[in-house]
Write a protein that binds this ligand. Structure first.
Ligand SMILES: [Zn+2]
Length: 176
């Protein structure tokens, strides 16, 4: 079982494989995740000046501590729904890494990936997804179409470890 992480009153609790080691380093992991999400929020704020009609959603893919892909929402700007930030980050990473296998990458994203993006993330075997804010009816994890959790699609490998709630309030503020 991949590890799972839960935020309880601001404290990160780990379950699953390697729990001992992870729990010992939980605070530094939490800080790292928060830093990554905060970086996206700041970058997003700058980009949004050029894409005022698009939702303030941003995503990055990280491999061995380095950003290998990044994206911000551009569906309205480009009149193309596939310009969601997660898909942009995947396109970016595929160009850089020259492989469809992104299983060693961690995705950080301000909002829960939608159903469309969840398909793309599962296809590329991304195994860890760190999320700020849930996306309601169109979310790929918390809605009634939880593609990110599904274990029954034989083509796909195991579902990713997913963590919600990192800087949730800050991500919500983006949309106000
Ligand atoms: Zn999406």
């Amino acid at each position: 079982m991949p590890y799972q992480a839960l935020l309880e009153n601001g404290v990160l609790k780990m379950k699953g494989d390697c729990v001992g080691l992870l729990q010992k380093t939980a605070n530094s992991i939490l800080l790292k995740w928060q830093t990554k999400i905060m970086n996206i929020i700041c970058t997003n704020a700058l980009h949004l000046q050029n894409r005022p009609r698009d939702s303030p959603v941003g995503s990055i893919l990280v491999l061995n501590g380095e950003i290998v892909g990044e994206g911000i929402e551009g569906g309205k700007t480009f009149k193309d729904i596939t310009f969601h930030s997660e898909i942009e980050a995947v396109r970016n990473a595929r160009t850089l890494l020259q492989t469809p296998d992104l299983s060693d990458c961690i995705m950080y994203t301000t909002h829960e990936p939608c159903i469309m993006c969840s398909y793309v993330l599962r296809h590329h075997q991304i195994q860890t997804i760190i999320i700020g804010l849930a996306s309601g009816d169109i979310g790929g994890f918390s809605s009634q179409y939880p593609l990110l959790k599904d274990e029954n699609i034989r083509k796909w490998q195991k579902p990713p470890a997913v963590l919600f709630g990192i800087l949730e309030e800050e991500c919500r503020q983006l949309s106000l």
